[in-house]
Write a protein that binds this ligand. Sequence first.
Ligand code: F6P
Length: 318
Amino acid sequence: LRRLAVLTSGGDASGMNAAIRAVVRTAIYKNMEAYGVHQGFEGLINGDLKRMYAGSVADIIQRGGTVLRTSRSEDFKSVVGLEKARDTLHSWNIENLVVIGGNGSLKGGYELSKLGINVIGIPASIDNDVVYTRSIGFDTSVNVVLEAINRIRDTASSHGRNFIIEVMGRACGEIALAAGVAGGAESILIPEIAPDLDQIIEKINKGIERGKIHSIIIVAEGVYSTMQLRDIIESKTGHDTRVSILGHIQRGGTPTAQDRILASQMGKAAVDLIEANKRNLMVACDGNRMFSIPLQEIVNGKRTLELGMFELVRILSI
Ligand code: F6P
């Protein structure tokens, strides 16, 4: 019987469990043996694997996080670590590995593939920063942010305050943009576009002149100090301004239907590729179509942001 192992790596994303379930169940359906690696690449280095059966993935489709656990492995970045990982897989007679994770994890998988392991990637990251594809976990995360914006709006309008809401995303403004459009934010600060503070303040002040009593400003992490921004906005608008940093709540919670469906489709597609003897690819989905791309192209690709969304916020928040 053919064997495959599956692991989750890097920051967890809601829907990873649905992906694990789909990989394991599809493998069993296709008469392959499935193994789960504990704690990402760390488990591969330490030989922490176990056989998985259809029942091993029961009752997890609705859970956030990852039942296989995860890690951000430093050891895996070294040749010694990579060789240990390869040796573990060889000793278990496993030649196929499904890596569920974001950019760092897919890069790790690509490095391992150079040592002869067949690696199939599944993009999962709340940041949605993997090139050419949507990532599992993004939709859930955006919905968590949206829920927070809705709640903050209640108190913001009751008090007539401005609110600065900081969201995650690493070097990518996708969460901020999507939540900003869906949440009706006045302004958005994202890493891809240099912030224009004068314009932000002008917009808030114009709103105040028109009788608007609150504004929501979304800031992607790392773009600007939210506390400094608060001081500037408060002093230049004369309106009370508060900061809310959402943090890791954006990484948890039951996955949305969209993330579960994407994860289920991608998990199956990954095993289809293994069955068809396709090597070192990432499963991708552009919204409608499922396809696959060489891992090498993912590692070397540069993501471009859809600027139309930024423009949309600018227009709709006049
Ligand atoms: O990549 C997901 C992410 O949540 C980023 O948005 C954030 O910058 C980072 O992980 C936080 O990482 P950690 O949980 O290791 O602090």
